[in-house]
Design a protein around this ligand. Structure first.
Ligand code: ZN
Length: 170
């Protein structure tokens, strides 16, 4: 094939397969033989552009939605943090309350212990006082006995004195 130099003709028409030496040759061929091809290409380009624009809009919308979601999540997180803070404060208050109650309880317990000790002491004291009362009563009884004996003796002596007097008077 002498007229065909193989690689020389590199520009092939995508519609009909005819080959050309130069790009401008192919362009002229396409413009004359396949005028609709340019229009189709342009339409394809417009379609692609519209698709891309729609996609870009979708992406933008998605981005906005994500932004809003992030904002909402941040707000929720802040609210949760505030709730946690409040709960921590409540926990501290409760802990302090429990501590106070424990201290009050310890006070009460030691007071009861003291009262118990006091009661034991009072019981012992009462016992010894009762013993003392018994002793005092015994002493009183013996003093009364002594008094009685003394009075009897006095009456006897008075009587004797009177007898003496009478004897002297005679
Ligand atoms: Zn062609």
């Amino acid at each position: 094939m002498p007229e065909d130099n193989g690689d020389e003709k590199e520009f092939e028409c995508p519609v009909c397969g005819e080959t050309f030496d130069t790009e401008s040759g192919l362009n002229i061929h396409e413009g004359q033989i396949h005028p609709n091809k340019r229009i189709d290409e342009l339409e394809d380009l417009v379609d692609t552009f519209e698709d891309e624009t729609e996609k870009a809009l979708d992406i933008k919308k998605e981005k906005e939605a994500l932004k809003q979601r992030a904002k909402n999540l941040k707000h929720e997180k802040e609210e949760l943090e505030q709730t946690v803070k409040d709960l921590e404060t409540t926990t501290d208050k409760l802990k302090n309350g429990i501590k106070e109650k424990e201290e009050e309880l310890d006070d009460m317990k030691s007071k009861v212990e003291d009262l118990r000790d006091d009661r034991e002491e009072l019981k012992a004291e009462k016992k010894s006082m009762n013993r003392e009362i018994d002793n005092l009563e015994e002493e009183k009884q013996s003093l009364e006995n002594s008094l009685e004996q003394t009075e009897q003796l006095m009456v006897k002596l008075k009587h004797q004195v009177q007898e003496f007097n009478e004897e002297l008077d005679e």
